[in-house]
Design a protein around this ligand. Structure first.
Ligand code: KG4
Ligand code: ZN
Length: 365
C-alpha cells in the first residue's frame, strides 16, 4: 500500500532553532509544508563565536514557539503527524539536549513515534528532498562548521572519503575577513574583495595536496595570510585597498584549487562504483561562493557528472532536512524510544577515523 507520511522535525544543534513539517507520499516528491528558523547570530556576535550555554538557553526558550509556528504555517496539528524527528547529534551538547528533550516531551504527550536524526545525515539527504536524487550520489558539505566528502548509499549508509582535519572553509573565510577588518560573515565580504584582486600576487599554500586522499586542512591559510598582512604593514605602515583585494583573491584561489583537486579525487572514487546517473551535490553556506561553484561545475562537466545544489535556505541549518531524514529512517522501520540520548559526536561513517578539531560551531563529528 502506498503510504503518505507527515513528519515534524526539530533542529537545535548549533545556533539556529528550527522546526518544520515535511510530507511525502511513497514514490512521489517530498514537500516542505513549513520551515521555521530562528537564528541566534545577534546573541553571539559580541563573543566572536557561538557560546554553547547561551545557545542552549535560547534553544530551550524558542523550540516550542518554533513548533507552534511550523504547525500553524503547515495548517496542521500534532494529530496530523506520523512521527517526530529530532537532531540527536552531532553538535553543541546543550543545544542538542534541548531539542531531544522537547521532542521526547511531544512524543510522550501524543504517543507519536520518536526518530533521532544525525544532523550531518540531514544535510547529506537534502538533495533527495529537493531534487529526488537517487542513491548513490557524492556529497560535498562545505559550511562554517562542516567540510566533508560523503558517498550516500542509503538513508543511514554513508562512506566518508575525507574531510577537514582542522578548520571548515567557512571558518577560514570568516577568520580571514576578521584579520583584514572586513564585515562578518566573512565569506561574502572576502568574495567581493577578491573580485578586484590579483590571485597571483601572494603565494598561498595548497594544504595537503601533496598527500593522497581527500582530507583537507584550512587553518594554515589564515596563518599565511596573517604573516603576509603583517609584512605589508611593517613595510608600508598599512594596507591599501588593492593589498586587501589581492590578499583576498590569493586566499580564495588557494581554497578553490584545493577543493577542486580533492573533489576530482572524490569523484574518481565515486565513479568507481559505476553509478547509473552520477551526481555530485554540494551543500552548506560556502556553496554560495561563485568561484568555488564554477570550479566544481567545471570538474563535473569534465567527468560527465551532474551537479546540483539545494536552494540556500535548505543548505544552511534548518529543520526540514531533519524532518526529511527522519521520514526516510521511519520508512525503513527505525524507531527510537524515550531513552534516545543526545550525542556531541556522531560520525556518519562508523568505519572512518574520528575527525579532529572542535571548530567554532562545535564538534565536526
Ligand atoms: O551553512 P552555513 O550558513 O552555516 C553553518 O556553518 O552551519 O555557512 C555559513 C558559512 C560562513 O562561514 C560564511 O562565511 C560562509 O558560509 N559563506 C561563504 C559565502 N557565503 C557564506 N563563504 C564563501 N563565499 C561565500 N559567498
Ligand atoms: Zn549544519
Amino acid at each position: 500500500m502506498v503510504q503518505t507520511l507527515t513528519v515534524l522535525g526539530l533542529e537545535s544543534s548549533c545556533d539556529d532553532t528550527a522546526a518544520a513539517v515535511v510530507r511525502q507520499t511513497e514514490g512521489a516528491e517530498a514537500e516542505v509544508l513549513s520551515s521555521i528558523v530562528h537564528g541566534q547570530t545577534e546573541l553571539h556576535s559580541a563573543f566572536g563565536g557561538v557560546v554553547p550555554e547561551i545557545a542552549a538557553r535560547a534553544h530551550a526558550e524558542k523550540l516550542d514557539i518554533c513548533v507552534v509556528q511550523a504547525l500553524e504555517a503547515a495548517g496542521l496539528t500534532l494529530s496530523d503527524m506520523d512521527a517526530i524527528a529530532v537532531t540527536a547529534g552531532p553538535g553543541l551538547i546543550g543545544g542538542v539536549m534541548s531539542g531531544v528533550m522537547c521532542a521526547k516531551g511531544l512524543s510522550a504527550a501524543t504517543g507519536l513515534p520518536l526518530i533521532g536524526v544525525n544532523h550531518l545525515a540531514g544535510h547529506a539527504l537534502t538533495p533527495r528532498l529537493t531534487d529526488g536524487i537517487a542513491f548513490p550520489y557524492l556529497m560535498l558539505l562545505v559550511s562554517g562548521g562542516h567540510c566533508q566528502y560523503l558517498i550516500a548509499h542509503g538513508p543511514e549508509q554513508f562512506t566518508r572519503l575525507g574531510g577537514t582535519i582542522d578548520d571548515a572553509p567557512g571558518e577560514a573565510f570568516d577568520k580571514t575577513a576578521r584579520l583584514l577588518g572586513l564585515p562578518q560573515p566573512g565569506g561574502p565580504s572576502v568574495e567581493v574583495e577578491a573580485r578586484s584582486g590579483d590571485p597571483k600576487r601572494f603565494r598561498f599554500p595548497r594544504p595537503l595536496l601533496d598527500r593522497p586522499g581527500c582530507d583537507l586542512s584550512f587553518s594554515g591559510l589564515k596563518t599565511a595570510l596573517m604573516r603576509m598582512r603583517d609584512q605589508i604593514v611593517a613595510e608600508k605602515g598599512g594596507l591599501t585597498r588593492q593589498d586587501r583585494a589581492d590578499l583576498c583573491a590569493g586566499f580564495q584561489q588557494a581554497i578553490v584549487d584545493t577543493l577542486a583537486e580533492k573533489s576530482r579525487r572524490a569523484m574518481d572514487r565515486y565513479l568507481d562504483l559505476s553509478p547509473a546517473d552520477p551526481v555530485i551535490a554540494v551543500a552548506g553556506g560556502v556553496a554560495a561562493n561563485s568561484a568555488i561553484r564554477v570550479a566544481l561545475e567545471t570538474i563535473c562537466a569534465e567527468k560527465g557528472t551532474r551537479f546540483t545544489a539545494p536552494p540556500l535556505n535548505l543548505c544552511t541549518d534548518n529543520a526540514a532536512m531533519i524532518a526529511y531524514a527522519g521520514l526516510e529512517r521511519f520508512r525503513t522501520g527505525a524507531r527510537d524510544g524515550l531513552d534516545l540520548t543526545a550525542r556531541p559526536r556522531w560520525p556518519l561513517d562508523k568505519t572512518s577515523p574520528a575527525m579532529l578539531g572542535g571548530g567554532k560551531k562545535g564538534a565536526k563529528a
